[in-house]
Design a protein around this ligand. Structure first.
Ligand code: NCD
Length: 300
């Protein structure tokens, strides 16, 4: 089984990964049969784009599961890609060295889906260009599940910023379309949610609206405000950044949470960190537990 897009997910999949992440967090692993199975397994990380959290949390997850890690962290400058090797060949070869591959690349989803067919072991998409980031979406779902007493339904989710080029929100809203939720997308026209994602979630008859006004969206009592940074490495287009400062914090309910996949830009000033509603560091930590859950599932 590969993990490339959240389009293929069911609520059963989401529940299973959340249960495994929670087991990992609570340290149930010592009692679980997973540890034994993972003991001699090897994870290969192959990153053609920069990363801090995703790569390190995968590596830490594997080591905590008593597995081993081999890693190419700057594959665009240190791998045989420089000599013209194709991704297909790379995956074919790396899959004979490792039991699972975590791949980050700027390629589109269809190409990734084709290329991973050359791998003999499961491949996990750790972010493909402006496409998807399914494991971040799972860690985000796990965070919301924990923050709101284990339920995603009947909530208002507001997504803000660069919704076009930011991949985490694509994977996340596709997962949300499995539930009974309301979503508001706040962006400037050139940075709105891609039509492909909107079409996908609309097929599931889920309620969403688009607006340019952050304050209008905040006035509609969001439960979750999910901020994203401008993906300046992906486009030369620029627009005013929506900043979520203390004034905006005053506009949301006391129980609402603020999320961000990080790294942050000017949209999320440091002054917000002191609020209990600021969930983004808890969200980042949850990436570790979720990735332990994902690896244990794919490898056992
Ligand atoms: C995100 C990514 O790489 O898409 N970072 C992450 O993995 N936590 C978000 C971003 O880079 O803006």
């Amino acid at each position: 089984m590969n993990l490339i897009s959240t389009r293929d997910f069911t609520t059963k999949d989401v529940n299973r990964f959340i249960d495994l992440a929670e087991d990992a967090r609570q340290g149930h692993w010592n009692f679980s049969p997973h540890l034994k199975k993972l003991k001699r397994k090897i994870l290969a990380t192959l990153f053609y784009e920069p990363s801090t959290r995703t790569r390190l949390s995968f590596e830490s997850a594997m080591l905590r599961l008593k597995g081993k890690v081999i890693s190419v962290e700057n594959a665009q400058t240190s791998s045989s890609w420089l000599k013209g090797e194709s991704l297909e060949d790379t995956l074919k070869i790396v899959s004979s060295y490792a039991d699972v591959i975590v791949l980050r690349d700027s390629i589109d989803l269809r190409y990734m889906e084709e290329a991973v067919k050359y791998s003999k072991v499961p491949v996990i998409n750790a972010g493909n260009g402006s496409g998807e980031h399914p494991t971040q979406a799972l860690q985000d779902m796990y965070t919301i599940w924990r923050e709101f007493s284990y339920d995603f339904n009947d909530k208002h989710y507001v997504f803000v910023g660069d919704l076009r080029y930011g991949r985490t929100v694509h994977s996340l809203v596709q997962l949300f379309s499995l539930y009974n939720v309301r979503m508001t997308f706040v962006s400037q026209p050139d940075f709105s949610m891609p039509g492909e994602v909107l079409n996908f979630i609309s097929q599931r008859e889920i309620g969403w609206v688009e607006t340019k006004s952050l304050h209008e969206a905040l006035g509609n009592r969001p439960d979750v405000v999910y901020l994203t940074r401008m993906q300046t490495e992906r486009t030369v287009k620029r627009a005013d950044t929506y900043v979520f400062g203390e004034k905006e914090m005053e506009m949301v309910d006391e129980r609402a949470i603020i999320m961000h996949p990080l790294p942050r830009g000017e949209e999320l000033p440091l002054e917000i960190d002191k609020y209990e509603n600021a969930a983004y560091f808890r969200q980042a930590e949850n990436g570790l537990w979720m990735r332990m859950g994902i690896l244990s599932y794919l490898l056992s």
